[in-house]
Design a protein around this ligand. Sequence first.
Ligand code: MLT
Ligand code: MN
Ligand code: ZN
Length: 312
Amino acid sequence: MKIIVLGSAAGGGFPQWNCNCRNCAGVRSGTVAATARTQSSIAVSANGADWVLVNASPDILAQIRATPALQPARSPRDTGIAAVMLMDAQIDHVTGLLMLREGRQLPLYCTAPVWDDLNASLPLAPVLSHYCGVKWHPLETIGDGPGMRPVQVPGIDGIRFTPLALSSKAPPYSPHRDRPAVGDNIGLLIEDIASGRSVFYAPGLGAIEPQVDYAMQAADCVLVDGTFWSAGEMIEHGFSTKSAADMGHLPQAGQRGMIAVLDSLDAHGKAPRKVLIHINNTNPILDEQSPQRAMLAHHGIEVAFDGMEINL
Ligand code: MLT
Ligand code: MN
Ligand code: ZN
């Protein structure tokens, strides 16, 4: 199984178009040791030719251009993207669907609450019915316990995708932003059936519930929410009144932060490879010379970058 990180930044990307924080200004001027990143998405394949796109970022066209493996060119009009799977209905994860409208009907795997949002509040599905159209394949989870309902995607032989309900947040535009529904946000346990090797992917993760703990301990690689370093990051910058928790993200720092969670896997699980993804442009870990980045390295935690490949 091969995973390519198409986009490793959170909503807005890095640098964000209107942002002059230390990171964004520094990467533009070359005074901060950091690399630009597009918005959150990965591609998963068993054979290197047929891929599941997990999240459709607004940067999808640039991501496809940067990733020759997604264009196998088997016929005059062709794509390596066999299906799209969504982790939530956030703008940074769904609006790329509009950019795929010239293709064949898109198989779309998402939960019922996400499908509802994409038919009502942000009606991409009805809009796309006038172009390629999407065919909904429901992803089911249960709210507590392991909640295992694995699916296989036709054309992607050898990989099993298990959606897990997560505690995070529906998008700001969703009618259930403040009334969480099971399935607003999911994570995926992605397994190579032949080798048994797996990755747990959760770009938006607000709390470590039992099913998340289970998946993290089962996985050979965890590719998880790296949005914010600290709980009050956006407030301290004066960019928002919302904390990381208000936005459904677990920050890295703190006694119960993501670093501590990832550390605990070594004691109880199989010491997986640990990678942070969906990094917000304000996060000091983007600066490769920052003390925060050094601390991650000390804990054996990597920071995803666009084009990163994970082979399992
Ligand atoms: C989030 O996950 O909180 C988003 O990146 C926010 C956004 O898309 O603006
Ligand atoms: Mn996001
Ligand atoms: Zn910024």
